[in-house]
Write a protein that binds this ligand. Structure first.
Ligand SMILES: Cc1ncc(COP(=O)(O)O)c(C=O)c1O
Length: 363
């Protein structure tokens, strides 16, 4: 079976984790500080706070911005919805907007009319390695004085006009889950250029305590969203190989493009010329005329060919836990998007096998 995703380890992970283990620093420890420092250097951003996962990263971003009861948070209706769920858990209301039918990212033209006096944050989610139109989104956000939280969980190292995604808005949040660009098993990061926001993230990350000020004194009711030194050790090793990971993911993207650009019956996710993507998952939209069996059946048929694929996200408007207007573009993507195996170790031969498999299922 060709898996949908697979982390690539480069050897140093084991050595660093062993080093952390032998040092007996297994909760906090020097790898945590090092990972934050190395991340700042890699992403060219002044502040990075490492956290236990990408969902915690979003939660801390909201807490730092003061998102709370009766606030609204604007999120795209087609995406991995951690950003919406955490808004609800903070007592706020996610307001879902359409995505662009080509890039599948938050449509800036839908933004203006979704903003109200209650809007506390706009969350562009950079889906599958793409980057939302940050120029247009930030222009609307700035005119309203609204903070922008970039959810970069799927797009670490992708660039928008030569700048790292995640470092352009007010706050950027990352996930280091096993399928992501770098991994610590579970893990994440919150980055910002604002020292006060960074301080608030750190406060809420660790019980609302500032130990350097006073031990066991709670300045605020906080979480424990810290990452362990063991996991950070793995992150440091992964980050040392980041250029290789990026190069391999870009090579895999190029292989898929050679196979599938211009292929009838499928439409690949579109990347704006201002985006330099690092692909998380190669995703495409199936034309129901060419695949009358339907996307879900195609996934089953690919599995019979020993290829693991995944469906696109459900639209927010299809899920009863959310309160959303109809979102026709998101719903269309939800019905027809499929993502194919994408990981750094994929070879040209395997990519060819996967694409040949898909071709065979076409009418
Ligand atoms: C866009 C996006 N946001 C947030 C998350 C949540 O990250 P985590 O699983 O690390 O909590 C994920 C993936 O899991 C994601 O794809």
């Amino acid at each position: 079976m060709i898996p949908w995703a697979k982390p690539t380890l480069f050897g140093k992970e084991e050595r660093y984790v062993q080093e952390a283990l032998r040092s007996t620093w297994i909760s906090g420890g020097p790898f945590v500080d090092r990972l934050e420092k190395d991340f700042c250097e890699t992403l060219q951003v002044p502040f990075a706070a490492v956290v236990s996962n990408g969902t915690a990263a979003l939660h801390l971003a909201y807490l730092a911005l003061g998102v709370g009861h009766q606030d609204e948070v604007i999120v795209p209706g087609f995406a991995y919805q951690a950003a919406a769920n955490i808004a609800i858990l903070c007592g706020a209301r996610p307001v879902f907007v359409e995505v662009d039918p080509a890039t599948w990212c938050l449509d800036p033209s839908a933004l203006e009319s979704a903003i109200t006096p209650r809007t506390r944050a706009i969350v562009p989610i950079h889906t599958y390695g793409n980057v939302c139109d940050l120029t247009a989104i930030l222009s609307v956000a700035r005119s309203r004085g609204t903070p922008v939280v970039e959810d970069v969980s799927e797009s670490m190292m992708s660039e928008w006009e030569g700048r790292q995604a995640g470092t352009i808005g007010t706050i950027g949040t990352y996930s280091f889950h096993a399928t992501k660009t770098i991994t610590t098993g579970e893990g994440g990061m919150v980055v910002t250029r604002d020292p006060e926001l960074d301080q608030r993230v750190r406060l809420f990350r660790s019980h609302g305590m500032l130990r350097e000020r006073r031990y066991y004194w709670h300045e605020a009711p906080g979480h424990n969203f810290r990452l362990t030194n063991l996991q950070a050790a793995m992150g440091c090793a992964q980050l040392e190989s980041i250029q290789e990971i990026v190069a391999r993911r870009r090579a895999v993207h190029a292989m898929y493009r050679r196979e599938l650009d211009g292929e009838s019956g499928v439409t690949l996710q579109h990347f704006d010329a201002r985006v330099m993507p690092v692909l998380w998952a190669l995703a495409l939209k199936l034309d129901p005329g060419a695949f009358p069996q339907g996307r879900d059946r195609v996934i089953d048929q690919m599995r019979e060919l020993d290829v693991e694929c995944r469906p696109g996200f459900y639209a927010a408007s299809q899920q009863p836990i959310y309160d959303s207007l109809a979102l026709p573009v998101c719903e269309d993507l939800a019905r027809n998007v499929i993502s194919l195996p994408t990981f750094p170790d994929l070879t040209e031969e395997l990519v060819h096998t996967i694409c040949q498999g898909l071709r065979k299922l076409k009418r």
